[in-house]
Design a protein around this ligand. Sequence first.
Ligand code: ATP
Ligand code: MG
Length: 259
Amino acid sequence: MPRGSLENHLFRRGSYFQPLSWNLRMKVALGAAKGLAYLHSGEAKVIYRDFKTSNILLDTDYSAKLSDFGLAKDGPVGEKSHVSTRVMGTYGYAAPEYLSTGHLTAKSDIYSFGVVLLEVLSGRRAIDKNRPQGEHNLVEWARPYLTHKRKIFRILDTRLEGQYNLDGAQAIAALSLECLSYEAKMRPTMDAVVTILEELQDSGEAEKRQGPKAGTKQAPAAAAASASKSSRRLRRRTLGGTKETTVGPNPKPLLARSR
Ligand SMILES: Nc1ncnc2c1ncn2[C@@H]1O[C@H](COP(=O)(O)OP(=O)(O)OP(=O)(O)O)[C@@H](O)[C@H]1O
Ligand SMILES: [Mg+2]
């Protein structure tokens, strides 16, 4: 694919890979979400199993295409699950219940989607051993900041240089937290994720038409003060379904394809 993968754009440094703008990040997230929603749909009924930034490939206009179906699994997308003896996937993206029990459901993909959203938001890799102690695992490090909407500045990618929409960033943080729920059934469906991302994109477009607010650099306090009604509604919706319960602290390592 002409523009390589989302991974390259988010994490590679160099003149060829310019940092992705906020709007492009949102476009890619929506495109990838639609791809996953299609796979989960009645038409395809596939669990993708290896959703991550290197498998999201980008066309010239940044439309997202999912690659690598080597691990995809036909079949039960609802509450039923596969039980694998060998846990596959990529460490850092796999859902805790899949790691600990081998139970694979579509909700495992939703967890991985939450990890990717967090990478999009933070510009940090799911697993990065080069970071200081306590910051190696992105989800573990970011979770406390995601639960407080005033703390999300701490995880936002500095390469955005403040060029983001605060309401949008808070809504994405809330959505990723929901996808990362420890309890699989608390995670949204991909269809719900697509709806939320579409609404966000629509409200971003509307704000762009109305004035300088969207995508402009502004002091956090000023941006917070001007939070629009529509995105407040969005945040309520995405936060509404989130209920956290803790599972064991150290999920078992992956047996295969781990990094
Ligand atoms: N058709 C393609 N166009 C552009 N880049 C690609 C294409 N296919 C793969 N890549 C890129 O090549 C690199 C290697 O891909 P590969 O699929 O072998 O490994 P991976 O995605 O890192 O892990 P996995 O094997 O789990 O999918 C990745 O950076 C990937 O994004
Ligand atoms: Mg790949």
